[in-house]
Write a protein that binds this ligand. Structure first.
Ligand SMILES: Cc1cc2nc3c(=O)[nH]c(=O)nc-3n(C[C@H](O)[C@H](O)[C@H](O)COP(=O)(O)O)c2cc1C
Length: 220
């Protein structure tokens, strides 16, 4: 990589992959924005890459080329999907042992299903520790909650993030302000969730079984 051209590597840690996942759809505008500013990019799906020796080599090669690593993943049980963790473990093990001096910057974008973006906080701290141990420069973690399509506010935040990453300046607090607020009130999210459950139940002819508790202990 020449000094003039910067390279961003997008690592997607959702089983839904590079096209269909929400994680990828959130990270894509950042990558596209950096490309418009003259950056080059490559995108890898961690689930696919960690599954083969070739993929694992490709992953580590991509990390070597990166000036910026953009990690985008969903929250799974307050952590990450296992193949995403495996990918990070591979990177950390290699970065620790082969004395790479250059420190790529590292940004994470996490999305979760519950409406509060703060659900991602613990996982962001885990990723910050990962970045430290892998020898990356932690920039920021952007957290988005669930509920509907990607909001206007989130899009603005990603635009500001892109500009800060390109200019290599501190990420403005505005990004946090725009993404911290739940995309909709809790009560509306619950109503929407109930509508969805009823729709799915109808589809599977299980409308009268929504209150079933198949795992309840007989004595409870
Ligand atoms: C197995 C599994 C575990 C999940 N665990 C959580 C969780 O702990 N908290 C949460 O808010 N959302 C959770 N979710 C919801 C996902 O984080 C959410 O749907 C996310 O937007 C999916 O992103 P993706 O399309 O990039 O995979 C979980 C989803 C699945 C399938």
């Amino acid at each position: 990589m020449s000094d003039a051209t910067k390279h961003v590597v997008l690592l997607v840690g959702s089983p839904k992959g590079l096209e269909k996942s929400r994680s990828s759809r959130l990270a894509r505008p950042v990558v596209d924005g950096l490309e418009r500013r003259g950056w080059t990019s490559e995108s890898l799906h961690l689930h696919a890459e960690v599954a083969t020796e070739e993929g694992r080599e490709r992953l580590l090669g991509a990390v070597d080329r990166a000036d910026l690593i953009l990690f985008a993943a969903p929250l799974y049980v307050d952590s990450l999907p296992a193949p995403a963790i495996r990918g990070l473990e591979l990177i950390a093990a290699r970065q620790r042992t082969d004395g790479v001096e250059r420190a790529p910057r590292f940004v994470s974008i996490l999305c979760c299903g519950f409406v509060e973006p703060s659900q991602n906080d613990t996982c962001q701290r885990i990723l910050q520790r990962f970045a430290d141990q892998a020898g990356f420069e932690w920039v920021t973690g952007v957290s988005l909650g669930g509920g509907g399509p990607i909001s206007k506010r989130a899009r603005s935040a990603l635009g500001i993030l892109t500009e800060a990453l390109d200019l290599e300046i501190l990420v403005p607090d505005e990004v946090d302000r725009l993404t911290r607020k739940p995309a909709m009130p809790r009560w509306l999210y619950i109503i929407g969730g109930n509508v969805m459950w009823r729709r799915w139940a109808k589809e599977y002819d299980a409308r009268d079984r929504l209150r079933d508790r198949p795992y309840r202990r007989p004595d409870s």
